[in-house]
Design a protein around this ligand. Structure first.
Ligand SMILES: Cc1ncc(COP(=O)(O)O)c(C=O)c1O
Length: 380
């Protein structure tokens, strides 16, 4: 048979490549973004309780109401933003499904979608599968600042959507209030939809504040926010996330969601609804991850890597330009094979695979793992 691929340029993701290489060489794996510690036993017990209480059949299409209500309450408490749990909050199979559904619901052939590189890798394939065109704006190490004049001049008649990711994976930067005001200004009185991927909203350090799109009233009216309980509650394998947006936009989202997954895992929804009613479950995260970032960075002091402490997420970018001139993919592979430590080369997230001699390390790991990894890095 002869098929015309819808994604002819897609290769195996770097996460699979680096994780396989780490396994083969028995290396410490700081490449993929997932914790190597357990999620809270209390949360696990709540899932068991939910199963024992019979929540083992299909959940309601938009998600279990107690969870949608808990999410709406969180947005009220944290951002003083209103989302109606009846029709403005939908529970999804991770943030990934929310992102895919938003893009599928709105992107027609030839529509343009502006996004910022380095970018998390699920946006562009979803745009391509739906016949859209990605318009990438490259941000650069070390500051990754946005030139909003350039963004404004990239908007055309065909621009249907702008995707932002704050805090941003892989570079760990946070959009400032001024950034969000600029985004609000340039999209005002347009038909542009904003997809604001905020999966790391609760991992912001050094007293900085997450500037959620829902804090800006005009922006909120055109924005879908996507979020991930896998990231927030240390259980990426549960693949539970959600999406919030104004009801007019959500109506179209739901049409696709209904025939894509219909609904997602029920007992975990019931458990998280109870768990997140205690706000300390997410309010404690900045201190928890900042301690890990600082432990890791203090332990590599005196070595040859250079860095700016990451502002947010659980990723730290390290600059190896004082060590070698190799391209970042080659160096990441050599670091794994020869030194026993796996990381992600940033070029894979960049436009035209631009190499800026930086690697991304995930510090959502036990202190013991971080200290072992730091020992390797310090002596290179
Ligand atoms: C920026 C960003 N968005 C979305 C996701 C996907 O989240 P989930 O695992 O909930 O699908 C990730 C996971 O790494 C991510 O880093």
């Amino acid at each position: 048979m002869n098929h015309r691929s819808k994604l002819p340029n897609i290769e195996t993701t770097i996460f699979t490549i680096m994780s396989n290489l780490a396994n083969t060489h028995n290396a410490i794996n700081l490449s993929q973004g997932f914790p190597n510690f357990k999620s809270d036993q209390k949360l696990i017990e709540l899932v068991v309780d939910a199963m024992n209480s019979g929540y083992n059949q299909y959940a309601p299409m938009l998600g279990a109401m107690p969870l949608r209500a808990a999410i709406a309450e969180k947005y009220q408490q944290v951002y003083q933003a209103n989302y109606n749990p009846e029709d403005e909050v939908v529970i999804t199979c991770g943030a990934t499904q929310a992102i895919y559904t938003i893009i599928s619901a709105f992107i027609h052939a030839e529509d343009e979608v502006i996004l910022f590189k380095p970018a998390y890798d699920c946006y562009e394939p979803a745009i391509a599968v739906n016949g859209g065109k990605s318009v990438a704006i490259q941000l650069n190490y070390p500051g990754y600042q946005i030139d909003w004049k350039l963004v404004e001049s990239s908007i055309t008649q065909k621009t249907k959507m702008i995707i932002i990711n704050t805090p941003q994976n892989p570079c760990g930067t946070v959009f400032s209030k001024e950034d969000m005001l600029e985004l609000q200004r340039i999209t005002k009185d347009t038909n542009i939809i904003v997809l604001s991927d905020e999966v790391y909203e609760h991992m912001v350090f050094d007293g900085m504040e997450h500037q959620s799109a829902c804090l800006f009233p005009d922006l909120k009216e055109r924005t879908f926010i996507t979020a991930s309980f896998g990231k927030t509650f240390h259980n990426t394998g549960w693949k539970l996330g959600y999406c919030c947006g104004p009801s007019a936009l959500m109506k179209e989202f739901i049409k696709v969601h209904q025939y894509n997954v219909y609904c997602v895992n029920h007992p975990t929804q019931i458990a998280i609804a109870t768990y997140m009613n205690d706000a300390s479950t997410y309010n404690s995260l900045p201190a928890f991850f900042q301690q890990k970032r600082d432990l890791f960075l203090n332990a590599i002091k005196g070595g040859r890597f250079k860095w700016i402490p990451t502002q947010a997420t659980y990723f730290q970018v390290l600059d190896y330009s004082d060590i070698t001139n190799e391209n970042d993919i080659a160096y990441a592979k050599r670091l794994t094979i020869e030194h026993g430590l796996a990381a992600i080369p940033l070029s894979v997230f960049n436009e035209n695979k631009r190499d800026q001699k930086v690697l991304r390390f995930c510090f959502a790991k036990t202190d013991e793992t971080l200290l072992k990894a730091a020992k390797i890095l310090k002596t290179i």
